[in-house]
Design a protein around this ligand. Structure first.
Ligand code: THG
Length: 282
């Protein structure tokens, strides 16, 4: 299955046997007070710099999230999308659960965006899917519903299945739906990674869709997060993950290694190129 997203000038293809597509996570004010304050002040310089830095670090797509309690997301999200699209030529992953904000951002976006996200909750499906369809966008479906994130893999698979079904019924082709089986902190629950891995393998096998994941959640609260997130990425990429949401600067070395090992990097071209870029930064 091939998922295609675009900016005004660039196309990114997500699919089996292709190199892993890195969705840069860093334009997100959650837990970053400086960025939250800049957004509150209408200061876009930090966002612009972060966009350029992530592109430089090898991100293929940029996640854009401006959710700050008390700020008007319907006003801020389209502005942020404009700022990022002016700064870099990468496709954008528009990160909000607010359907009005998503529609406003999609209206100013030039290209086929990735909407992040819809859940299995009836309210979310009803509000978000028509917007995704109307703008011809792709969408990430989170394997959770009104009951939260299920502890069991089979319940996550069932929700993913319902999202794909509802998307198709709304007129969104299956290849435009990417499922996120959700990663939780392994420091809080020793079985967290195993549940996600099993759900991912089953979603790939049963639904055939491509897979995203906020992979850095796995290492929350643990020391040496880069090590732990990197090991998790190796396991999840081998289980079908093909467009993780990550800090590209931190994980690109391990991801290029995993892609090479999985036969997705002919002549080790990307692995060697990424190595050289690290030795000799621009
Ligand atoms: N799935 C999907 N979308 C998502 C998530 C997901 N979007 C948001 C989030 N989860 C992924 N994005 C981020 C963005 C920033 C950080 C983590 C995940 C982050 N975290 C640091 C931390 O965890 O300690 C704090 C900030 C810092 O490093 O300074 O930055 O799961 N579909």
């Amino acid at each position: 299955m091939l998922t295609r997203i675009t900016s005004a000038t660039k196309e990114v293809l997500i699919g089996d046997d292709r190199p892993t597509v890195l969705i840069g996570e860093r334009i997100n004010p959650t837990g970053r007070r400086r960025l939250a304050a800049a957004l509150a002040d209408g200061d876009w310089e930090a966002v612009r710099k972060e966009a350029i830095a992530q592109a430089q670090a090898g991100a293929d797509v940029l996640d854009v999230n401006v959710g700050v309690p008390g700020l008007d997301e319907t006003k801020l999200l389209p502005e942020a999308v404009r700022v990022v699209a002016e700064a870099v030529d990468l496709p954008i992953c528009i990160d909000s659960n607010n359907p009005q904000a998503l529609a406003a951002a999609l209206a100013v976006y030039r290209g086929k965006a990735l909407v992040n996200s819809v859940t299995g909750e009836p309210r979310s499906l009803q509000a978000v899917l028509p917007v995704v369809r109307d703008f011809g966008a792709c969408v990430i479906g989170l394997a959770m519903d009104e009951g939260g994130i299920p502890r069991e893999a089979d319940r996550r698979v069932a929700i993913a299945s319902r999202i794909v079904e509802r998307a198709e019924a709304a007129g969104i082709p299956r290849e435009d739906v990417v499922i996120d089986c959700l990663a939780m902190a392994v420091g809080a629950d020793g079985g967290a990674a195993l549940v996600t891995l099993e759900a991912m393998r089953r979603v790939r096998a049963e639904l055939g869709v491509n897979l995203s994941l906020g992979a850095s959640n796995i290492s929350f609260g643990m020391p040496d997060r880069v090590l732990l997130t990197g090991a998790f990425l190796a396991l999840t990429i081998a289980s079908g993950l093909n467009c993780p949401i990550v800090d590209a600067a931190r994980v690109r070395p391990v991801v290029t290694a995993v892609d090479l090992l999985l036969g997705r990097d002919p002549y080790a071209r990307r692995y060697v190129q990424a190595y050289r870029a690290r030795q000799n930064p621009a």
